[in-house]
Write a protein that binds this ligand. Structure first.
Ligand code: PGA
Length: 266
């Protein structure tokens, strides 16, 4: 990580924890770690737990994010939540394009026939980012290659096209709050972490490509996180890389002590 950027550790709770369980987890986490202003901590609970967690975190330095958003302002979009509604609930960050909403699972936990239900594309990521920015909600854009793409030598190409698609038509100046999370699909929920050298190489490539798409200032400002089986025992090595500004943590963020130890590694 670089001194220029405030490190960020984000917990993606996915479809886990009730509001009460989440509140208890945060309270235990806060007993384990003394947060300082030079490091940011974010939790992304399921929508229904957001109001309770915003309330619990309001007196702390823990920020609350959402796991998804719909791009329209309002209307006949059953089951969806808008950026305005997230702001109203006190959300300041939002994941966009997580591999699980793209239907790209590290460990397939749904029947193959239902994968198409998780239909996120680069185009919907783009619409969602454009919907979030006017509300001042920081998008956490997730990118990453599947195992077949890695084996075929397509890692960089896949990620560049995800970045290009998701950020199309947006000016560098609008992207001050953008966070990009490099999440190799094969490392998500599998226990198989990407080596720190390779994670650094890809995060550096992402920053370089943001420099090409926008400008160096924008690229230097954007925080690039690594995600995929981050655990207390591998966090320090990953977070000490110059282009890795923290982590997006799934499974290990559901354990207060483990998450505290990961936060203390940044
Ligand atoms: P994991 O998930 O830490 O459980 O691998 C990371 C993520 O999906 O953001």
């Amino acid at each position: 990580m670089s001194d220029m950027r405030t490190p960020l550790v984000a917990g993606n709770w996915k479809m886990n924890l009730s509001a009460a369980e989440g509140a208890a987890l945060v309270e235990q986490f806060l007993r384990e770690v003394n947060l300082r202003p030079d490091r940011e901590v974010l939790i992304c609970p399921p929508y229904l737990a957001v109001p309770k967690l915003v309330d619990v975190c309001s007196r702390t330095m823990v920020k609350v994010g959402a796991q998804d958003v719909f791009w329209a302002e309002k209307g006949a979009f059953t089951g969806n939540v808008s950026a305005g509604m997230l702001t109203d609930a006190g959300v300041t960050y939002c994941l966009v394009g997580h591999s699980e909403t793209r239907g790209r699972f590290g460990k397939l936990e749904v029947p193959e026939s239902t994968v198409g239900y998780f239909a996120e594309t680069d185009e919907t990521c783009n619409l969602k980012i454009k919907a979030l920015l006017p509300f001042g909600i920081a998008p956490v854009l997730c990118v990453g290659e599947a195992i077949g793409e890695r084996k075929a030598g397509q890692t960089d190409e896949v990620i560049k096209s995800q970045l290009r698609g998701a950020l199309d038509g947006i000016e560098g100046a609008e992207l001050a709050s953008l966070v990009v999370a490099y999440e190799p699909v094969w490392a998500i929920g599998t226990g198989e972490v990407c080596g720190a050298d390779e994670a650094e190489r890809v995060c550096g490539m992402i920053r370089g490509y943001l420099g090409e798409l926008f400008d160096t200032d924008t690229a230097e400002r954007v925080r690039v996180l690594y995600g995929g089986s981050v655990k207390p025992d591998n966090a320090k090595e990953l977070f000490s890389q110059p282009n890795i500004d923290g982590g997006l943590v799934g499974g290990a963020s559901l354990d207060a002590k483990g998450f505290a130890s990961i936060v203390l590694s940044v």
